[in-house]
Design a protein around this ligand. Structure first.
Ligand SMILES: [Zn+2]
Ligand SMILES: [Zn+2]
Length: 374
């Protein structure tokens, strides 16, 4: 089942208008959906649900392209129900609000990240960590929604979301650049805050992609001394532009002995299996390497435990951030002028963009622009 209703042909003028004011829905919506693990994404028309009292209807102007989108459709993280529209870096404009909505008005610039609901009563939700909801939150795509339907993501023209899961985009942030902050941004910001990154800390960011290029900027603005670990020698200059002091090239046979026990924290953003034994020795005693990139579940990372014993180091993971922390991150970006480097693509360009992400050719985030003609 897709959304709340049947597939409908949308009135085309609705999507052509720059700014629309619409009724209480349901909302005819167009998107690009995966229909199988291996085939291309293709158009899908469906309806977003009519507004509930606390719902907001958002006309999506932009949606970032995250590696998780690709992993999900390819079945790397388990089976999914097709057709499925992915995308969890949405930015747009409020076009209608439900009767009890108090946080947003029509016309507000808003965003939606990786989740659209949670149980709201478990200890994690109560402390604002909806991303760790004990009862499982409702993800922006591929999750069972409250009406039993499967949530459809942001590679689409409209979305209806409870206001408690909507972010306010600060005025100084370009709307096209807001989306990538809502997954890539919060996914890297949250662990850097949790592990108290601050002046005096030596931090390594492994992987300089969509997540890594934001992580470098966050850690630098938090005052840390930042080194990038990358397989791509040609990214060296970019790494310096984002604020890093050092660059370690990650390749077989690389000699990192002079970096032994150098780092207070490593944020590992690499979204596939790789050699963790190369990273563990460069952590200081008691330091942590935190993974935020996850590859195929069927090919998990192996690592030798001896080095963690000898140096009392920790291997950790982190999953996005709560709604309050995501708003903090947006405000931090506005204050510190932290911006993703993006390439805009039309909806029809998504299959080409995915190929480039997989081939590590993204610099650094593709953003689907719903108004752009293909
Ligand atoms: Zn993501
Ligand atoms: Zn909960």
């Amino acid at each position: 089942m897709i959304g709340a209703g049947a597939v409908l042909a949308a009135p085309t003028n609705l999507f052509a208008q720059k700014s629309v004011r619409v009724g209480s829905g349901p909302y005819p919506t167009e998107g690009m959906a995966g229909y199988s693990e291996t085939g291309p994404l293709k158009p899908l028309k469906f309806q977003r649900r009519a507004l509930g009292p606390k719902d907001i209807a958002i006309k999506i102007h932009y949606c970032g392209v995250c590696h998780s989108d690709i992993h999900t459709i390819h079945g790397d993280w388990g089976t999914v129900q097709y057709p499925l529209i992915v995308g969890h870096e949405l930015a747009g404009e409020v076009v209608a609000v439900g009767s009890s909505v108090s946080k947003f008005n029509v016309g507000a610039r808003v965003g939606v990240g990786t989740m659209v609901d949670s149980c709201r009563h478990c200890p994690e939700c109560i402390r604002g960590a909806e991303n760790y909801c004990e009862n499982g939150n409702t993800q922006t795509y591929g999750s069972k929604d409250r009406d039993g339907s499967i949530t459809q993501g942001g590679y689409s023209t409209f979305v209806v979301v409870d206001e408690d899961f909507v972010l306010s985009i600060p005025a100084s942030i370009n709307l096209a650049e807001a989306g990538p902050l809502l997954c890539a941004g919060i996914t890297t910001y949250s662990p850097l805050r949790h592990w108290s990154i601050a002046p005096g800390k030596k931090v390594a960011i492994a992987g300089l992609g969509g997540l890594g290029h934001l992580a470098v900027q966050f850690a630098t603005k938090m005052g840390a001394d930042v080194t990038v670990i990358t397989t791509s020698l040609e990214k060296k200059e970019d790494a310096r532009r984002f604020g890093t002091k050092g660059v370690l090239i990650n390749k077989d046979g690389a000699d990192w002995s002079k970096y032994k026990r150098s780092f207070d924290f490593i944020l590992d953003t690499i979204p596939y299996q790789h050699d963790l034994d190369r990273f563990l020795p460069i952590l200081k005693r008691d330091a942590t390497i935190c993974r935020v990139g996850v590859g195929k579940l069927t090919t998990p990372n192996q690592y030798g435990q001896m080095i963690t014993v000898l140096n009392r180091t920790a291997l950790a993971g982190s999953n996005t951030g709560g709604i309050r922390e995501t708003q903090d991150m947006l405000d931090f970006c506005a204050l510190q002028d932290i911006r993703p480097q993006i390439t805009r693509i039309p909806m029809s360009g998504i299959n080409d963009a995915w190929s480039k992400v997989v081939a590590k050719q993204a610099r650094y985030r593709f953003v689907m622009d719903m108004a752009m003609k293909g």
